[in-house]
Design a binder for this molecule. Structure first.
Ligand SMILES: NC(=O)c1ccc[n+]([C@@H]2O[C@H](COP(=O)([O-])OP(=O)(O)OC[C@H]3O[C@@H](n4cnc5c(N)ncnc54)[C@H](OP(=O)(O)O)[C@@H]3O)[C@@H](O)[C@H]2O)c1
Length: 238
């Protein structure tokens, strides 16, 4: 029975992933800041879901993860899903700070811990929910796209590091387009995927130990376009 820890599993993609992993026979450690949502998740799957309520912007991330590992009796898969983002049209510091603390600081501290844990254990899997926004800069939410670029870049580095060190640790960089949750903000949204569909594709990508997955799959086309378009054109839309 695999033991899966999901950071940010109170709502949206993370909550759905928790259910999918439990339904596939795993036990899950779920985290988030909203205790009532963690409680309802636990009640839905008695004995299959363990919880830890904490803010990834705090100073006790590793202690909380360690206590979840103890409750689960180990860890095989670590998923960093917690995320924050908002438009920062007047370049609001509070928005940029919360984005960076959640998507960069919380991510790197916990993924660094998970990689070293799996390195000692001899095997493991890490997945991070980045974004298609990681591909280019964005004038509306510069900290968000930059933070997601950090995540994707870091995971690419870990993927190479695991291979060079001959470690049995798989790293999966998940890059969703729009998914119908409260995180999907702003006008001009298209190809908005239902949470269930996006989460199923993420679950399959993690199971298949994919290096990178665009969610839903057709977002690979937008990724390709975003990467290829010259800056003088991109700056009109980005
Ligand atoms: N929806 C989209 O269109 C979209 C597109 C690309 C990427 N993503 C990424 O997908 C991930 C999941 O987002 P979602 O769309 O499912 O939105 P969501 O329902 O708002 O989920 C966000 C999750 O992150 C947790 N979280 C946020 N800030 C946290 C903090 N400071 N400490 C601990 N946990 C925190 C939330 O838990 P609490 O609030 O309970 O703490 C919640 O469980 C995010 O990383 C997001 O950037 C989403």
């Amino acid at each position: 029975m695999k033991k899966v820890i999901i950071i940010g599993a109170t709502s949206g993609i993370g909550r759905e992933l928790a259910k999918l992993f439990v339904q596939s026979g795993c036990i899950v450690g779920a985290t988030g800041r909203r205790p009532e949502l963690l409680d309802t998740l636990k009640e839905e799957f008695p004995g299959k879901i363990f919880t830890a309520c904490f803010d990834v912007m705090g100073n006790e991330n590793i202690q909380h993860i360690q206590s979840l590992i103890d409750q689960l009796g180990g860890m095989d898969i670590f998923i960093y899903n917690s995320g924050y983002g908002d438009t920062s049209q007047t370049l609001d510091w509070k928005t940029d700070q919360q984005t960076t603390l959640t998507n960069v600081n919380g991510f790197v501290e916990t993924v660094n811990f998970a990689f070293n844990y799996f390195s000692k254990q001899g095997h493991g899997q890490i997945a991070g929910i980045s974004s298609i926004a990681s591909i280019r800069g964005n004038s509306w939410a510069p900290a968000y796209s930059a933070s997601k670029a950090y995540m994707s870049n870091y995971m690419e580095g870990l993927h190479m590091k695991a291979a060079k060190m001959k470690l049995d640790i798989s790293i999966t960089d998940i890059q969703p387009g729009f998914v119908k949750t409260k995180m999907a903000k702003g006008n001009g949204q298209f190809w908005v995927a239902p949470v269930a569909k996006a989460s199923k594709q993420i679950f399959t990508a993690i199971q298949n130990k994919r290096r990178r997955a665009y969610i839903t799959k057709r977002w690979w086309l937008i990724a390709k376009l975003m990467k290829g378009v010259p800056y003088w054109i991109y700056k009109r839309i980005g």
